[in-house]
Design a protein around this ligand. Structure first.
Ligand code: COA
Length: 149
C-alpha cells in the first residue's frame, strides 16, 4: 500500500491512538490480558504509528535492552489493513530507525503464527517455543540489520 505514513510519536501525545489499535488487536482479537499489554513500560518506550489518510492503523514499540540490543514489541495492524505490506513497512521503519541509532542486534518475541512474517524481514529463530500472555511465542533476532529505507 502506497499511501501509508509512518512516524515515531511521543506516547504522551499518541497514547489514545496506540491504545485503540492495541486494544482491538491484542485484547479483543487475541484475548490478551490488558495488564500484560499495558505493562507500564509504554511511557519510556519509543512508539511508531502507521497512518492511512490520518487514521492510525498500525503500531509498534521499541525498547533498548542495552547499548547495542533493542527489542521491537506490540507490532499490530488492524485487521482491515492486513496483507497489504503495512506490517512490513512498520518493521522496515523500526529497523531503519534502530540502524541509525547504531543498534547492532534486534530481538522480538514473535507469536509463532507470525514467524514467517519476521523471517521475511531477516529475523532468525533464537529460542524454543514458550508461552507469553497465553500465546505460543519464539524469540527471534537479527544482527547488523541492513535498513531497507
Ligand atoms: N504468517 C505468515 N506470513 C505472514 C503473516 C503471517 N501471520 N503475516 C504476514 N505475512 C507475510 C505476508 O504474506 C507478506 O509476504 P510477502 O512479502 O511475501 O507478500 C509479508 O509477511 C509482509 O506482510 P504484511 O502485509 O506487511 O503484514 P501485515 O500488514 O498483515 O502485518 C502482522 C502482519 C503480524 C503485524 C498482522 O498480521 C497483525 O497485526 N497481527 C495481529 C497482531 C500480531 O500477531 N502481531 C505480532 C506479534 S509478535
Amino acid at each position: 500500500m502506497n499511501n501509508v505514513t509512518l512516524e515515531i510519536v511521543a506516547y504522551s501525545e499518541a497514547m489514545i491512538a496506540i491504545q485503540k489499535i492495541r486494544c482491538a488487536v491484542f485484547q479483543i482479537e487475541q484475548c490478551v490480558d490488558p495488564d500484560l499489554d499495558f505493562d507500564g513500560q509504554d511511557p519510556e518506550a519509543i512508539h511508531l504509528l502507521a497512518y492511512v489518510e490520518h487514521e492510525a492503523i498500525g503500531t509498534a514499540r521499541i525498547r533498548y535492552l542495552s547499548d547495542c540490543l533493542a527489542k521491537i514489541e506490540r507490532v499490530a495492524v488492524i485487521p482491515t489493513y492486513r496483507g497489504q505490506g503495512i506490517g512490513k513497512q512498520i518493521m522496515d521503519y523500526a529497523i531503519a530507525f534502530l540502524s541509525r541509532q547504531k543498534i547492532s542486534e534486534i530481538k522480538i518475541n514473535a507469536q509463532v503464527h507470525a514467524k514467517a512474517f519476521y523471517e521475511k524481514l531477516g529475523f532468525q529463530q533464537y529460542s524454543e517455543e514458550f508461552d507469553e500472555a497465553g500465546i505460543p511465542h519464539i524469540e527471534m533476532r537479527i544482527k547488523n540489520p541492513v535498513p531497507f529505507l
